[in-house]
Write a protein that binds this ligand. Sequence first.
Ligand code: ADP
Length: 218
Amino acid sequence: MNILFLGPPGSGKGTQSKMLQDKYGLVHLSTGDMFREAIGKKTEVGMKAKAFMDRGEYVPDGVVIDLIRDRLSQSDCKNGFILDGFPRTEPQAKALDGLLKSLHMELDSIFFFDLAKEILVARLSSRRTCRNCNRVVSAEQLKEIPTSETCSKKSGPCDFYQRTDDSAEVVTKRIEVYQNQTAPIIGFYEKSKSFLRVDGSVAPEAVFSVLEKALKKA
Ligand code: ADP
């Protein structure tokens, strides 16, 4: 099962990816997570991406496309993957098309997470992310997490922080960049019979059951 997630930042793509990954063992391909890992390791790709990300801008297409080409060609992706955060521009969408053809792969389901800008701003500004496992919670939920809960990647509790690009000023910029560069490519996928518009404003479990129902039919 190969899945594509489209939608603005903060629409729940990462949360749903994690839920699908846990339940169905699909490979989660998040370009944002890949870049953050590269930045943490101070690799060449990470160094190239950092300044763009901190400003809320997109990383240049060439860098992103090379990254995805390498990752999608790895053997674990043959068992099914979720593309989260790629493609974000028209050249990326075209590159993905060519890449899938050359790998003899197809997208089985395309989900577009739709929700109002005001909700996005509120969600992103209060979002906290674990440095190790990338789990996402709101500042509110953070207060409720028992100290006994452990991180899935490291021993001890999750290490939550606010991403630099989740600060109030950068969030507005990211939504603007999304509207200018990514919203236009939705039309490219909308015509596909595998496309489904999902209401992203409801609870994660409610979104998840919509996805599962659609995946059973795919
Ligand atoms: P979100 O979906 O919450 O906006 P991500 O973690 O997916 O966040 O991405 C964070 C940042 O990483 C983006 O704002 C951008 O700078 C960079 N990035 C991720 N994916 C891409 C992409 N496909 N093209 C260009 N830049 C990207």
